[in-house]
Design a protein. Structure first.
Length: 320
């Protein structure tokens, strides 16, 4: 339950956010039905709410909400333990719905129960561990250190605070639309790379969510940008040539690394390939698959493949 603060939709609610989708908080939550969990979180018997388990780095909630916060109410509407709020008097909807009704930049008031961290200073910890070590050696020191950790994990005191969050649509890791934009691509030695977009997944038809590769759908539906400009880069096609023999089956898979360097965007992948200097070029793909080419031979084969497949440029306009 609880959802992640609104999905994406077509209903852009402001002209400045054309087709940007619904507003969201950028958190993941879970229910708080379990009595031990409620007591651990310091919830009162009559209180209901959901536990914040994850805060997306670049989301509206980053720096404002914390993991282990309990979200009790949204704009005065109490959140049930299953993440729903009362709607039109008798219905119940996920609390995300209240967020999705907001205009981009509008503030939402969140009532949150937040644990007050047990204040054991580093100095005090060092002192306790040091005293224990002096009396009983290393074993006693380890026990003392564990006790400090346990103290902070016991039912700490908590307080109720109100947090104001200016919401905006999610920065989707996988763009939902590509209006007025030509697709981005980069080709090297017959390997065609592109950023993953939802229109690309729609090529599997109306039932794309069930037919397109599972992991790519998961990336599209569940994952968020953690850095500005971050993309999921896929090897979308292999233009056949002896240089890439044996790799034809490796299409529609995510590229994770180029020569050990994590790939965060198509532009970064291109830069990594073009500055590669070793004898071999190594690509690490999803499912721990590996693709290796002789770099010198691959560069020599590149022009031949481009001519054979009539591809005029090795990179799309936006990368040139």
């Amino acid at each position: 339950g609880g959802g992640s603060g609104g999905g994406d939709g077509d209903a852009a609610q402001s002209h400045t956010y054309d087709h940007a989708g619904f507003c969201m908080l950028g958190i993941k939550c879970q229910p708080t039905d379990n009595p031990a969990m409620r007591s651990y979180l310091g919830m009162l018997p009559h209180e209901t709410g959901v536990l914040v388990t994850y805060v997306v780095k670049m989301s509206p909630s980053a720096g404002l909400l914390e993991v282990d916060d309990v979200l009790l109410a949204v704009d005065g509407e109490e959140v049930a333990n299953d993440g729903t709020v009362s709607f039109r008097g008798w219905e119940r909807v996920a609390f995300d719905h209240l967020i999705s009704l907001k205009e981009p930049g509008q503030e939402v008031a969140l009532k949150v129960r937040r644990r007050v961290k047990a204040k054991v200073s580093p100095e005090e910890t060092a002192l306790r561990v040091g005293e224990a070590a002096a009396v009983g050696g290393d074993a006693a020191a380890a026990v003392a250190a564990a006790a400090v950790v346990a103290a902070s994990a016991s039912a700490a005191e908590s307080e109720v605070v109100t947090v104001l969050v200016a919401v905006h649509p999610r920065k989707s890791l996988v763009p939902v639309h590509q209006y007025d934009r030509l697709p981005s691509y980069y080709v090297f030695a017959g390997l065609l790379f592109s950023p993953l977009t939802q229109p690309l997944l729609h090529e599997w038809g109306d039932d794309w969510y069930n037919l397109a590769p599972r992991q790519l759908c998961g990336r599209a539906m569940n994952d968020y940008q953690e850095k500005e400009g971050e993309q999921v880069v896929i090897l979308s096609q292999v233009l056949a040539d002896e240089i890439n023999a044996g790799y034809q089956g490796m299409q529609d898979v995510e590229v994770r690394k180029v020569d050990g360097e994590v790939v965060r965007s198509l532009r970064a992948l291109r830069a990594a390939v073009e500055r590669a200097r070793g004898q071999f070029l190594r690509l690490d793909l999803q499912d721990n698959k590996v693709l290796v080419m002789d770099l010198k031979e691959a560069r020599a084969a590149h022009d031949r493949i481009m001519a054979k497949h009539r591809v005029p440029h090795s990179a799309s306009q936006d990368l040139r």
